[in-house]
Design a protein around this ligand. Structure first.
Ligand SMILES: CC(C)(COP(=O)(O)OP(=O)(O)OC[C@H]1O[C@@H](n2cnc3c(N)ncnc32)[C@H](O)[C@@H]1OP(=O)(O)O)[C@@H](O)C(=O)NCCC(=O)NCCS
Ligand SMILES: CC(=O)OP(=O)(O)O
Length: 330
């Protein structure tokens, strides 16, 4: 089954509400309306009604019946202000909280936090920092997770891979890198993969020596030690990770090299550049960055995303919301 079809089968709860804070953007509006037509996910768009209507008219999108929340007009705004101040415990006062809720990303994030939406997708217009900072401050990390990171799912025909961290952590030491591997393993399993994780480097099994190679080697050790059940190996170059013939030469005996489907990059430069090369030169569809380690599903888009990628990321967000509901019900 194609990956997107598979995702649709994972929407196991009715009426999952996904909020889109960038309702004026044509890609976002198209994705929201696709959900409305399909009926699997209930979209809520944030934005100025007249601008949303103008986009709809220009792009010939039928928005009749679409739920629109105007910034500053949300009927539960006072409750959101109160909950925002309470959550930030002394870091924000009522006046600033009220003003910040005019930022659609803060409004959308607070709607998720307060239970008026089950997940949020933004970032088609805003930078990653603008999109995710409200989630880091308000939704916060899950118990046991120190750093949120961003994973991409890349697919081309039947080929499907995960790559992380492509989005968030500008500085990563060995324990952070190990945590990215562990949370990506969990995400991969949630989306139906049998993860085999390559901890990437410019060196394979000690072929080069440097502090950054050592960092990846230590991170691999930390994952193996803390989670012996995870299939992980490193440090590996990309060719040794993906090509069985190269793996035989560079990493003989490895049960991951040559067959990896999850790639953990040593730093954010590699991660962000790497996924974009696969997308732009390799012809892969890239869905993400999917934020891992947050308490509730909030996901970012690249400003270069297509309308289809926007729709696909919101489908993933809805699957994460279903998983969260299942966990709550346990
Ligand atoms: C994510 C990012 C915006 C965070 O900004 P920052 O200035 O480092 O954030 P701060 O250190 O001021 O922390 C702000 C809050 O977020 C939390 N935080 C920051 N990074 C976090 C992370 N990776 N995981 C969890 N929480 C995090 C902090 O604990 C802090 O919470 P608090 O206010 O409750 O104490 C920043 O790291 C960034 O811009 N990353 C690169 C994003 C990017 O452009 N990627 C490329 C395109 S995808
Ligand atoms: C994920 C990412 O790179 O986002 P943007 O292209 O918006 O910077």
């Amino acid at each position: 089954m194609a990956f997107i079809e598979y995702l649709r089968t994972r929407i196991t709860h009715k009426g999952i509400r996904i909020v889109f804070p960038e309702g004026e953007d044509p890609r976002v509006l198209w994705a929201a309306v696709e959900h409305q037509k399909e009926g699997l996910v209930h979209p809520i768009v944030i934005g100025f009604k007249n601008e949303i209507e103008a986009t709809a008219k220009r792009e010939n999108i039928d928005i009749s019946g679409l739920e629109i929340v105007e910034v500053g007009q949300f009927e539960h705004n006072d409750e959101l202000v109160e909950k925002f101040v309470e959550r930030r415990k002394g870091k924000i006062d009522e006046t600033r909280a009220r003003a910040q809720l005019h930022d659609p990303n803060y409004l959308g994030t607070m709607m998720v936090y307060a239970g008026y939406a089950d997940g949020m997708v933004s970032g088609a217009v805003h930078t990653t920092g603008q999109t995710i900072l409200p989630a880091l401050q308000i939704i916060k990390t899950k118990k046991g997770v120190n750093r949120v990171s961003g994973v991409f799912i890349l697919f081309r025909g039947k080929e499907c891979y995960l790559m992380a961290d492509c989005a968030i952590n500008t500085e990563m030491d060995a324990p952070t890198l190990a945590e990215v591997a562990v949370t990506t393993d969990e995400a991969a399993k949630q989306f139906g993969f049998d993860p085999k994780i390559a901890m990437l480097s410019f060196s394979t099994k000690g072929s080069a020596k440097s502090d950054t190679v050592k960092k990846v080697e230590v991170a691999t050790y930390l994952v193996k030690e803390s989670h012996p059940e995870i299939k992980v190996d490193g440090e590996l170059q990309f060719d040794a990770a993906i090509d069985p013939e190269v793996a035989k030469k560079k990493a003989p005996g490895s049960d991951v090299a040559g067959q990896a489907n999850v790639f953990i990059f040593p730093n954010l430069e590699c991660g962000n550049i790497g996924y974009k090369i696969a997308q732009r030169l390799g012809g892969f569809t890239a869905i993400g960055p999917i934020l891992q380690g947050l308490n509730m599903p909030v996901n970012d888009l690249s400003r270069g995303c297509t309308k289809e990628e926007t729709y696909q990321l919101s489908l993933i967000t809805a699957v994460q919301a279903c998983i969260a509901k299942d966990e709550q019900e346990k």
